[in-house]
Design a protein around this ligand. Structure first.
Ligand code: FAD
Ligand code: NAP
Length: 479
């Protein structure tokens, strides 16, 4: 039996409150958690009202189901009766009602691109749209036969209308090798701008240029029925898991041998695991294996490991399952996402990092990259907020780094210290910030990065604006 807490869900500290893309989250009623939803879907109850039948839905029919207690939504050609799900939806009923009786694909992609709705809503499936649904605006699909040497090929090129000029590609084949060349017409393409996967009969290369992502997807022998507009996941093997604090662990995952994926500085990925038969997805920010790892472009694309610092919440939904994984088990890892732009660090003089708890994770690569690659950098200061000394992630590494590199300083602030603690105490506050954020001169280039529990980040942002830092000088990490 699951112990349903008496307070409202999500609890004050629940990650389920984390708003994605500025969305507001609506407190769910008791008994309406994700686990409750999964239990309902497994109960055998008829959630569509169609007794398990699947039907073809016309546009006229879809339009009729536009009320809270009778709400159908089409997502990528499949129609779901979402009325039973209304009270369980973390974004609230109003958000779902925006797509009532219509094609919600675009809306869904804006807000929930990473959610595995096929699995979450499978018991709500009414059927398929009778007519081919409209594809998202920036999506076009064309089939090309490359030059007849491969039996059948399909190429999908996802282009934003006003993006930079579209890359083209070419390919060459010998008996043992197929070489695919992508011409990007860009000078500064790094390895982390390219993601390559080869699985079974499909080859997929995604190139990120400025804010646009271009996809070449080649089916090597037969047609692919992959969903290109969602996030792409590949299965990674758990290689090691080490304790870092009493509740936080360093997980090392190994990418499949035919995948090249480097997560750019400041970006996160989604980890996906089946939990009681439903695919559950949560975001995590990869880190370096230590604060002292070399931050250099590898000469060869041999970065096969991806590291995460993850806090295990005993009453959490996802992390206890993650913690149960044995070495050799698999977890799916998505493509990276995030809006941190690395050029923000160019010519930077002062970098201030404000992190609370695991909000430290995006700071790891930012810190490492800035110290290694930004010659203008004068100071990097980290203010790290935690409850107690035991909660501080990589404390000794941080102290060693501060000792070794005089440009780096770290200050720990504890909200619930023991009586022996002689350092700073309390929560993020204007007084702490104004003392900490000393810029060298009015004209020096400064960046302040913030990450932690949503209220921490929101309060911090407000305080920084009140201290007259401009928008361009602040970056907050959120989903
Ligand atoms: P949840 O189920 O969300 O629970 C979290 C907390 O809420 C626990 O304290 C739990 O006890 C409490 N809670 C749960 N259910 C209830 C209830 N019914 N009533 C009251 N309280 C309840 N985390 C990391 O550790 N490392 C990272 O690198 C990282 N990167 C992230 C990047 C982004 C962009 C974002 C948005 C978040 C990131 N997170 C990271 C947080 C992560 O995504 C998860 O939110 C976190 O791991 C918790 O997941 P969970 O399902 O285990 O816990
Ligand atoms: P935690 O241990 O609960 O909190 C860390 C510190 O922040 C504690 O001192 C805590 O004080 C304080 N704090 C909590 N809420 C606060 C608030 N409203 N105002 C001021 N201070 C507050 O943190 P955690 O469990 O590691 O959680 C880290 C959070 O960071 C999660 O919400 C996670 O989703 C988020 N995160 C986001 C990203 C991202 O967006 N890119 C990446 C990683 C992590 P008390 O507990 O004593 O009150």
């Amino acid at each position: 039996m699951l112990n349903v807490p008496s307070q409202s869900f999500p609890g004050p500290s629940s990650q389920q409150r984390v708003a994605s893309g500025g969305r507001s989250k609506v407190p769910l009623k008791q008994g309406r958690s994700l686990m409750d939803w999964i239990r309902l879907t497994k109960s055998g109850k008829d959630l569509t009202g169609l007794k398990g039948r699947l039907i073809e839905v016309t546009e006229e029919e879809l339009k009729k189901h536009n009320k809270k207690d009778d709400c159908w939504i089409c997502i990528r050609g499949f129609v779901y009766n979402v009325s039973p799900y209304m009270e369980y939806h973390p974004g609230g009923e109003d958000e779902l009602m925006r797509a009532a009786g219509s094609d919600g694909t675009d809306l869904f992609d804006q807000v929930h691109r990473w959610v595995n709705y096929e699995s979450m809503l499978k018991e709500c499936l009414v059927g398929r749209m009778a007519m081919k649904p409209a594809l998202p605006k920036d999506y076009h699909e064309e089939k090309k036969v490359l030059n007849g040497m491969l039996p059948q090929s399909q190429v999908t090129d996802t282009l934003a209308k006003e993006g930079p000029s579209s890359p083209s590609y070419d390919w060459f084949q010998t008996d043992s090798l197929v070489t695919i060349v992508i011409y990007t017409k860009q000078k500064d393409i790094n390895l982390d701008s390219v993601i390559v996967d080869h699985r079974d009969d499909s080859f997929r290369a995604e190139t990120v240029i400025k804010d646009y992502s271009y996809l070449v997807h080649v089916a090597l022998s037969h047609e692919i029925q992959e969903d290109f507009s969602g996030l792409f996941y590949r299965k990674c093997q758990l290689v090691s898991k080490e304790d870092v604090t009493h509740d936080t662990k360093l997980f090392c995952l190994m990418l499949p041998p035919s995948t090249h994926l480097e997560v750019p500085v400041g970006q996160h990925v989604y980890l996906r695991l089946p939990i009681t038969g439903t695919e559950i997805v949560k975001p995590y920010t990869p880190v370096c294996d230590s604060l002292f790892s070399e931050f250099k472009e590898p000469v060869l694309p041999n970065n096969i490991y991806i590291y995460f610092l993850i806090k295990i919440y005993p009453a959490g939904f996802f992390t206890p399952e993650l913690d149960q994984l044995q070495i050799g088990d698999y977890v799916s890892v998505s493509n990276p996402e995030g809006n941190f732009i690395i050029s923000q660090l160019q010519e930077l003089e002062d970098l201030f990092l404000l992190a609370a708890g695991t909000g430290f994770t995006p700071m790891v690569k930012v810190l490492n990259y800035a110290l290694t690659n930004i010659p203008s950098l004068r100071k990097v200061k980290l203010m790290f907020f935690n409850k107690t000394e035991d909660d501080i992630i990589w404390r000794s590494q941080l102290e060693k780094l501060a000792f070794k590199d005089k440009r780096f300083e770290v200050e720990f602030v504890l909200s619930a210290p023991t009586s022996e603690w002689s350092g700073k105490q309390g929560y993020i506050s204007p007084a702490l910030l104004s003392e900490f954020l000393k810029r060298r001169s009015d004209t020096s280039k400064v960046l302040i990065c913030l990450c932690g529990p949503t209220p921490f980040t929101e309060q911090g942002m407000k305080m920084l604006h009140d201290l007259n830092f401009s928008k361009d000088e602040i970056h907050s990490f959120t989903a």
